[in-house]
Design a protein around this ligand. Sequence first.
Ligand code: ATP
Length: 354
Amino acid sequence: MGRFNRIGVLTSGGDAPGMNAAVRAVTRLALLKGIEVFGIYNGYRGLIEGEMEQLGERDVSYIINRGGTMLYTARSEEFKTKIGIDKAVETCRKFGLDGIVTIGGDGTFRGAVELTDAGVPCIGIPGTIDNDVASTDATIGYDTAMNTVVELVDKLRDTGESHSRCNVVEVMGRESGDIALNTAIAVGAVCAVVPEMPTDFDKLYTKMITARKNGKRNFIIITSEGVGKDYCEHLCDEIREKTGIETRFVRPAHIQRGGSPTLRDRVLATQMGCAAVESLVSGQMKRVVCLRGSAIETMDIHEALYLDKMMKNQLTKEEEDLIPPNRLYDMRRMVADRLALKEYLNYMITNIVL
Ligand code: ATP
């Protein structure tokens, strides 16, 4: 592995608060280590087109507190093709990029694997509000998005209490119910409806009717977008019908993606940005930076993608056979721990906290 003289950094997929903090950390640590940094605009599309600029220390000033991404982001279908990858490799050669730090979700990591296999070493940083990257306990932006939901639902509860109303709130998370489960606890919701486990609606309606009789005026139910399109509208109709309680729905949508990152996301992004540079410089590539407990670690990017598939029940037999048995055991345990935590949170919402 030759020395890294110049690296690129890009943000890709959905934006997430804290991406800027990660770009800043990557840039500052790389410069400290004598490596030049190019900021690539608009994700992989910008890499194909050569939309990039050299970044100095001051180019990343005063962005740690800013939401969105100063490098902008895009989704590129062309990058999923061989022609697209070849063009990206050509651009890297033209600009003299020895490696790339890619900040995004699982799609971004798939792109990073392709690019590494084509000769440009990459390392991934998980940046998505959805927390749907199985290799890390938390992704950059997740904490901020949850705090945004809590702030909004607290306000809804005020008016729900005044008008004696139920509000169903649909939160983001794609196939992951993490935002729904955690915010449900934080706002005192009576239920979280998530894709990972079934909901006992008969039990919920009985609970709501009893609670109403005992004087409870406001009810919050959080649904995760992963349970289906227009789900919360139908749920509102059913709640009205089964309980007689006036019910409305709210979909905060992209508001959840914006805003200034929380302290936790700024710190996580800074730690992950630094870990990515350290990893790349030490010759470790095709890796993803992860938070495991309180430790920042890295994991093989293929393994991280298989772990994701395992979590989503999408791992094929052929893929499973490629994983060494000892790693397969560790991965199964990681998935089991993660699902057990979700079930425990759901149990608390359903049985204890109301
Ligand atoms: P989020 O989950 O927050 O939306 P993401 O990184 O998963 O983030 P995607 O749109 O899935 O978002 O992926 C971002 C980009 O990564 C795509 O537009 C594409 O350019 C690239 N990409 C995704 N999948 C692949 C793949 N299999 N091969 C090559 N590139 C890919």
